[in-house]
Design a protein around this ligand. Structure first.
Ligand code: NAD
Length: 524
């Protein structure tokens, strides 16, 4: 009797977060299809890597041209699925990706060129060495929903230019924009099997981690990152983990209050606070605290919340009810522990299902979850400090270490403070915009992750380093090969003395003893 195998089919649903309207329901790809996609990528990658670099650069140029031509359509598609204002989608997603393509195009040749290794090893003088940068093969990318275009696109550009094939598993909340990205890459000339998207939820991501990929670039929460790191460790799969943040903003006593308060408001509320680099904790010198708080409240009250498709909108919806509940719980916890809600602090249900008012909290402290755990929502908690040392202590009192900002009119004072903060990036007098500098490395310390994306260090994550060493005297046996004995040991002692003895007399004696090596006959 034939047994019927039941294959469980899961689906994901993409919604417009501003209206709750279902945009599309898509079936999750089963594990076997994920494995098949990786196999196809593995078969297609050698030909992609064998292309001359000028050809891969040409494909990236095509991609850049196509994206530029469709910039407004892509920005609107991002807004439809992720909620952010179209102008933010244009600047923080489309423009970032165009510039990242520019960086890869300009730097690919020199980066992938063999690098001569100069060395000063006396014993190895007959050797010439080179560093080769070779692609891993198949790179898996798992990405979040908050920057559903720029995060996977910048990582993919770096992987592709280095000669890898890519399998992207986008967030289950933003699959449609990933399909747009695939369409752009394929139209630009990236072979279908060299860039593939696998659609699905967490188990689909897990299937990709467990598949035969050669490296994984993961961007998402700390909890998922830790789970993935455990799975990866079992088979020593190399991973880059770009995880959450709880970024501090330090406003020193000499800061420009108007500039810093505008920076705080934008840095806390851009993308409805759902940015890994957003201001999550704001510390202000007590001498300017009240004036700073008042300025933040006044500016927050002027912000217009609404649909991201309306050009007047400053803040769109949050992505999902689940994310909104986290924000509500943190604000309620802070309120219960004595924080004052000076602006916002409530849902805006009349606007749609996922709107939360931009919120300013004063009188917060580190016992509150809003100061300890990632909020990922439009909340600006502000706390005073009394000295620079105390500000540094507050900033470093966190499990996270993604980025931080320091605000002061004195550049060298700001930079000195920046050096004392435990973070992957510290900006002085600006916030978040470092993500738009394609040359700048992006990544965290502590629970915020491992490894880097963007820039030269991001490219380095996409290649394996191979050391190629060629001996220029192929007919000569090496002096240190077998044929050991008393005389050889003395000569070697001399060789070590010649290089490292403190006194010049001992170095000279060592050199004379080393000369005996030239008469060495009894080698195997
Ligand atoms: P998430 O961890 O819930 O999901 C991220 C991705 O991982 C999604 O595609 C999801 O489907 C997948 N996933 C979930 N469980 C998985 C598993 N067990 N195995 C494999 N894949 C799995 O994160 P999110 O809610 O989508 O994103 C928000 C988080 O991302 C925030 O913490 C934010 O700070 C962080 N983030 C970090 C950066 C950065 O560069 N450091 C950038 C953006 C977002």
């Amino acid at each position: 009797m034939a047994t019927e195998v039941q294959i469980e089919r899961r689906t994901i649903q993409s919604f417009n977060p501003a209206t709750g309207e279902l945009l599309r329901e898509i079936e999750c790809q089963p594990d076997a299809e994920v494995a098949q996609a990786v196999l196809r990528a593995r078969q297609a990658q050698p030909a992609w890597n064998a292309l001359r670099i000028s050809k891969r650069i040409e494909v990236l140029r095509n991609f850049q041209d196509l994206l530029h031509a469709k910039k407004t359509d892509i920005a609107r598609a991002i807004t439809l699925e992720a909620g952010k204002p179209v102008v933010e989608a244009l600047l923080t997603e489309v423009n970032v990706v165009l510039d990242s393509a520019r960086f890869c195009i300009e730097n690919a040749r020199s980066f992938l060129h063999d690098e001569a290794l100069l060395h000063r090893s006396l014993a190895m003088k007959t050797k010439t060495g080179r560093i080769l940068r070779e692609p891993y093969g198949v790179i898996g990318i798992i990405s979040p929903w908050n920057y559903p275009f720029s995060i996977p696109a910048t990582e993919t550009l770096a992987a592709l230019i280095a000669g890898n094939a890519v399998i992207l598993k986008p967030s289950e909340l933003t699959p449609l924009i990933a399909l747009e990205l695939a369409s752009l890459f394929h139209q630009a000339g990236v072979p279908k099997d060299v860039f593939q998207v696998v659609i699905g939820d967490a188990p689909t991501g897990a299937a990709l981690v467990n598949s035969n990929i050669d490296k994984l670039i993961f961007t998402g929460s700390v909890a998922t990152g830790k789970r993935i790191a455990q799975t990866a460790a079992a088979r020593l799969l190399p991973v880059v983990l770009e995880l959450g943040g709880k970024d501090p903003m330090l406003v020193l006593d000499d800061a420009d209050i108007d500039v810093a308060s505008s920076g705080a408001v934008w840095g806390a509320f851009v993308n409805a606070g759902q940015a890994c680099l957003s201001v999550e904790r704001c510390y202000v010198h007590r001498s300017i605290y009240m004036r700073f708080v008042e300025a933040c409240v006044a500016k927050t009250q002027q912000l217009r919340v609404g649909s991201g498709l309306d050009p007047q909108t400053d803040i769109g919806p949050m992505i999902h009810e689940r994310q909104l509940r986290i924000v509500e719980a943190q604000v309620e916890d802070a309120r219960a522990r004595g924080a004052h809600v000076l602006a916002g602090g409530e849902r805006l249900t009349h606007l749609g299902p996922n709107f939360y008012a931009p919120t300013v909290l004063a009188d917060v402290n580190h016992s509150m979850t809003v100061m300890r755990e990632e909020t990922f929502g439009p909340v600006l908690p502000i706390m005073p400090f009394d000295s620079d040392d105390e500000a540094i202590r507050f900033a470093n009192d966190s499990n996270y270490g993604l980025a931080a900002t320091v605000w002061t009119k004195n550049q060298s004072r700001g930079e000195a403070m920046a050096r004392r903060i435990h973070a992957g990036t510290v900006m002085v007098n600006d916030v978040i915009s470092c993500f738009g500098i394609s040359e700048a490395p992006h990544g965290g310390v502590k629970a915020s992750g491992i490894g880097r994306t963007h820039g030269k260090y991001g490219l380095e994550e996409m290649v394996r380093i191979k050391y190629l060493d060629t001996d220029r005297l192929p007919k000569m046996k090496k002096l240190w090969w077998y044929g050991y004995g008393e005389a050889f040991t003395r000569q070697m002692e001399g060789f070590v003395d010649m290089q490292f003895a403190k006194s010049s007399a001992q170095r000279l004696r060592g050199a004379l003893r080393t000369l005996g090596l030239l008469r060495r006959k009894e080698q195997l």
